[in-house]
Design a protein around this ligand. Structure first.
Ligand SMILES: *Cc1c(COP(=O)(O)O)cnc(C)c1O
Length: 397
C-alpha cells in the first residue's frame, strides 16, 4: 500500500490569541474606521503602520485594503497614467498585470529564468520601453537586485516591488521592498500575515507616500498618519490627487500587529518546512530544484520544482498520480487557467507576443503551498510521494 497524504494545502494557522483579543477590543469600541478616534487615542491602523515601517526600515508606511490595491496606488503615486507601458513579470499572478490594467496602463512582460526570477537580460533589452517596472518577487524568488537596480537606474526606470511573497525576505541583507521606490505587501489569508484581506505599502519617498495616502481615501485627515510625511508635503499634492478609497480598518490592523511581532519566527518555521521538502527531493531523476543564491534570504511559504522539457502527457500523469495520493500540485503549463494559477498569455486585455524561453520554463513549473499547519513529518511525506511518482513516470518514459 502506498502512503497517502491527508493534510490540507490551504489550511492556515488560527489568528494568535493576542490578535483575537485585540480584535474584540476594537469591536467593543465600535471605532473600526481608522480616523474614528477619541482624544489621545492612536488608531490600531496607525500603530501597525509605525511598526511595519520600523520592521522594514522604511520612513513611511500605509495600510490599505488589499495587496492589489497597494500595487495600483503605488503605480498612480509614481505617476503612471492611462496608456503608459509598464514593465512586469511574465511569471506572476493575475493581480499584478491586473493592477496595471486597472489604471489604464499596459503591461509589457519580461521573461522568467530557470531559477524562477525575472530574466535580467530580457529586462535590459526592454528597459527603454517604459518608465516603470512593477517587479513581482513571484513565489518568493528574488533576482540579483544589485544588477536589476543598475539596469533600471541606467534606463531611468522607477521600480515598484510586489512583495506579496517576500514579506520578511531580503537580498544581500536589504529587505525586499526596500530596493524600489515603493514596496507593496499583501496580508490576504494565504500570505505571510493573515487579516483575510489587506495590504501595506512602504517608501522613503515623501511625495509618493503623500499621494498614496491621499489616494487611499484620507480626505484631509492625513495629519493623523504617524508613519506618513509632514503636512507640507500634502499641501503640494492634495488638490490634484483623487480619492480612490481603499483604507485598512482598525479590526484588521489589530489582528495583524501580534502577527508582525511573531513574523521572524514564523519565517524560520516556513524555511524548515521548505528545507525538509528540498532535502527529500534532492537528486530525484528528471526533477530540477530551484537554486537559492547565497545573497537571498528567502521566506519559503511555498515550494516549486521543474520538470524541464518533459512531454506534457508525462507532467499531467505526475500531477494526477500525486493528486491521488493527496498531494495537490499546481501547474503553470496548463492550457487553461485553473484556480489561482494563470499565465501571461491568458491575460487577453494586454498584448502578449510569444516568449518561447519563458513558455519552456512555465510549462515545467510545479508549485505547492507549505502552510504552517504542516508538520515537518508531513513535509517529508509529501516529498516521498512526489519523489516516488516523478521517478515512476520518468522511468517508464
Ligand atoms: C496575492 C498576490 C497579490 C495581491 O494581493 P491581494 O491582497 O490578494 O490583492 C499580488 N501579487 C502576488 C504575486 C500575489 O500572490
Amino acid at each position: 500500500m502506498s502512503e497517502v497524504f491527508r493534510g490540507n494545502f490551504t489550511q492556515q494557522e488560527p489568528i494568535p490569541e493576542a490578535g483575537i483579543e485585540a480584535a474584540l477590543r476594537v469591536l467593543r469600541s465600535g471605532r473600526l474606521h481608522r480616523y474614528n478616534t477619541v482624544p489621545g487615542e492612536v488608531a490600531e491602523t496607525v500603530l501597525l503602520e509605525q511598526e511595519f515601517a520600523a520592521y522594514t526600515g522604511a520612513r513611511y508606511c500605509l495600510a490599505v485594503a488589499s495587496g492589489g490595491y497597494a500595487l495600483g496606488a503605488a503605480l498612480r503615486a509614481v505617476g503612471v497614467k492611462a496608456g503608459d507601458p509598464v514593465l512586469t513579470n511574465a511569471f506572476t499572478l493575475a493581480p499584478v498585470p491586473g493592477s496595471i490594467a486597472a489604471v489604464g496602463a499596459l503591461p509589457v512582460y519580461v521573461g522568467v529564468t530557470e531559477d524562477l526570477v525575472i530574466d535580467l537580460d530580457d529586462l535590459a533589452t526592454k528597459a527603454g520601453q517604459a518608465r516603470v517596472l512593477l517587479l513581482s518577487h513571484m513565489r518568493g524568488h528574488i533576482c540579483d537586485m544589485d544588477r536589476l537596480m543598475a539596469i533600471c537606474e541606467a534606463a531611468g526606470v522607477t521600480v515598484i516591488e510586489d512583495c506579496a511573497h517576500t514579506m520578511g525576505a531580503a537580498w544581500r541583507g536589504i529587505p525586499s521592498g526596500r530596493w524600489g521606490k515603493i514596496g507593496c505587501y499583501s496580508t490576504q489569508t494565504y500570505k505571510h500575515m493573515n487579516s483575510g484581506e489587506g495590504g501595506l505599502l512602504i517608501s522613503d519617498d515623501a511625495e509618493a507616500m503623500a499621494r498614496a495616502i491621499m489616494l487611499s481615501g484620507s480626505y484631509m485627515l492625513y495629519e493623523s498618519h504617524k508613519a506618513g510625511p509632514a503636512p507640507e508635503v500634502f499641501a503640494r499634492i492634495r488638490y490634484e490627487t483623487p480619492n480612490v478609497s481603499g483604507r485598512m480598518d482598525n479590526l484588521r490592523a489589530a489582528i495583524l500587529r501580534p502577527q508582525l511581532a511573531d513574523l521572524a519566527s514564523q519565517c524560520a518555521r516556513w524555511n524548515e518546512r521548505y528545507a525538509t521538502v528540498e532535502m527529500g527531493l534532492a537528486d530525484t531523476p528528471g526533477l530540477r530544484l530551484i537554486a537559492r543564491p547565497e545573497a537571498e534570504a528567502y521566506v519559503a511559504s511555498s515550494f516549486q520544482f521543474l520538470l524541464l522539457d518533459w512531454p506534457t502527457a508525462a507532467i499531467t500523469d505526475v500531477i494526477a498520480r500525486c493528486a491521488r495520493r493527496g498531494v495537490e500540485l499546481k501547474w503553470f503549463g496548463a492550457a487553461e487557467p485553473v484556480g489561482f494559477t494563470s499565465r501571461y498569455d491568458s491575460w487577453d486585455y494586454a498584448p502578449h507576443p510569444p516568449m518561447p524561453a519563458t513558455d519552456r520554463v512555465l510549462a515545467a513549473i510545479l508549485d505547492m503551498r507549505l502552510p504552517l499547519t504542516f508538520s515537518l513529518e508531513d513535509c517529508a511525506q509529501i516529498a516521498r510521494i512526489i519523489r516516488a511518482e516523478v521517478s515512476g513516470v520518468w522511468q517508464s518514459a
